[in-house]
Design a protein around this ligand. Structure first.
Ligand code: SF4
Length: 492
């Protein structure tokens, strides 16, 4: 079968670059930023290894306009085209699917991602989509679907539901059917290492604020987060069970990435990086194999999850940037979000990681319906203090958006907090929940967080921390991104 895995061009390039993959809070970035889509790239690799003809077509990263996208599909005549979708762009994807079906006969369209996992029927009601894959193992599901369709194509075999894995929605005789609730029983150690050439890894190797050294790339040691209980996070929906690859399997992939692609920094995008014995085995493996001298590693981490000894070991193993979800400086908010976190732990962990030579990146959110202006101000002050003191190295500010499938979305529906159920409005260009102060003030809080970068103390600290050309290049790239983020939260 000929299969295209694509991120189609979206209608409004003025909004910026949409961050669709592995992004728990969707955002458009004015300054181009590309996240390597690990699970779709694994799907492409699996399909190719199974003998299918696969084309990777990320029109956002490749800046391919819509007309060209359609002409590529007409020329390639794929049997199937699959997209990852998210809430703020799902309506655009429905239109694109209808247009593809109208212009290219015989192509089947597949959607996957967190939005369609929460609301699988909706896409059938609003578009001519043929299949929806639910759950986070859509690489395994897409392979299963394509193998079954291929068998149907070459034989007179009848489709039986039992041939398809659980979690697949499809149309049959005008009805929407499904194969039951998705299961996450796939062994991640059996997934192939990503074919990075097939999936054009270099498109994603430079324009990404996490990398100090380029080229960089992404891996996932686990799916997805061992905590998995934050109420605003829709990823526990995709991965209600946390699964790990063996440390040796991840190390083998890192060895291949260093050897074949000459990568200098790797971001592990598991929701939260594994800790405990696994982390220690992994770090010791990095040191033993000498990889710690060749690359930097970045990962998502939770405050309070790591002992001082483990932070030191991580530093020795090549870790650099640790991304922490701070979310709010208010204890009541942390409890309402089910973060299982104390405000004091945020400060302690940042100090500790920094004292071990690691660089904490903090993510902060504004616009909780229960937070007052003073409470939002407190969050701004804590974030600013951590950055100015050098306890946090970089930051990302967002406006909290409740996505379908998250517990916060359900809470919003119950409490009547939602201002709109039009998915186009969930693009973080404005708050979508009712809040006790103005919409402009929320956007100003996010902007103010980025403006800390112009504080003289912060700037001096950055200048004195410059050690090599990579530091300088990183600082210049980061400066550009800060301007972009300030623009991202401008008044509409
Ligand atoms: S720590 Fe919370 S927000 Fe982060 S991935 Fe896990 S559940 Fe989601």
């Amino acid at each position: 079968m000929k299969i295209i895995i694509s991120y189609p061009p979206l209608a409004d390039p003025q909004k910026g670059i949409p961050l669709l993959s592995q992004n728990r809070q969707f955002q458009y970035f004015k300054e181009p930023t590309y996240i390597y889509p690990v699970v779709p790239a694994t799907a492409a690799t699996m399909l190719k290894q199974a003998g299918h003809d696969v084309l990777w077509l990320d029109c956002i990263a490749e800046d391919i306009p819509y007309e060209k996208f359609i002409s590529i599909i007409k020329e390639e005549k794929p049997d199937l085209i699959a997209f990852e979708t998210k809430t703020p762009v799902v309506k655009q994807h429905w239109k694109i699917i209808d247009n593809i079906k109208c212009q290219v006969s015989g192509v089947r369209c597949v959607l996957f991602g967190d939005h369609v996992t929460a609301l699988p029927q909706e896409s059938f009601q609003n578009s001519q989509v043929d299949y929806v894959l639910t759950g986070g193992d859509y690489d395994f599901l897409l392979l299963n679907l394509c193998n079954v369709l291929e068998r149907l194509r070459v034989t007179s075999y009848e489709l039986r539901v039992t041939d398809l894995e659980p979690g697949i929605y499809y149309r049959q005789n005008g009805q929407i059917k499904n194969t039951g609730k998705f299961k996450l029983g796939h062994d991640l150690n059996c997934a192939p290492f990503i074919d990075r050439a097939l999936t054009k890894w270099q498109l994603y190797a430079y324009k990404n604020g996490n990398y100090k050294r380029t080229p960089g790339t992404y891996i996932m040691s686990a799916r997805d987060c061992w905590w998995g209980k934050c109420t605003f996070c829709s990823w526990p929906l995709l991965y209600p069970e946390f699964r790990l690859r063996q440390a040796s399997n991840v190390l083998d992939e890192i060895g291949k990435i260093i050897g074949e692609y000459r990568v200098r920094e790797i971001m592990d995008d598991s929701g939260t990086f594994p800790v405990g014995e696994w982390l220690r085995d992994f770090c010791q493996g990095m040191i033993k194999r000498g990889y710690h001298k060749k690359i930097y590693l970045d990962c998502n981490m939770r405050f309070g999850a790591i002992s001082p000894q483990d932070y030191k070991l991580m530093k020795n193993a090549g870790f650099r940037l640790l991304l922490f979800g701070l979310e709010s400086a208010n204890q009541t908010t942390l409890e309402r979000l089910n973060k299982n976190l104390k405000v004091e732990t945020i400060i302690e962990s940042c100090k500790l990681a920094r004292s071990c030579g690691l660089y904490p990146h903090i993510t902060i959110m504004f616009g909780y319906p229960w937070e007052t202006l003073e409470q939002a101000q407190k969050t701004l002050e804590l974030g600013s203090w951590l950055l100015k003191k050098g306890y946090a190295y970089t930051m990302q500010a967002t406006v909290v958006i409740p996505y379908p499938g998250s517990r916060l979305f359900e809470e919003c529906k119950k409490e009547g907090w939602l201002k709109s159920l039009d998915w186009d409005d969930y693009d973080m260009k404005q708050p979508i929940m009712q809040i006790p102060f103005s919409q402009e003030q929320v956007m100003e809080f996010a902007q103010a967080m980025y403006q800390v970068s112009f504080d003289p103390k912060f700037l001096l600290r950055k200048i004195f921390s410059l050690r090599d050309a990579d530091d300088l290049k990183y600082l210049l790239r980061a400066g550009k991104k800060v301007f972009g983020h300030i623009f991202d939260f401008r008044k509409q």
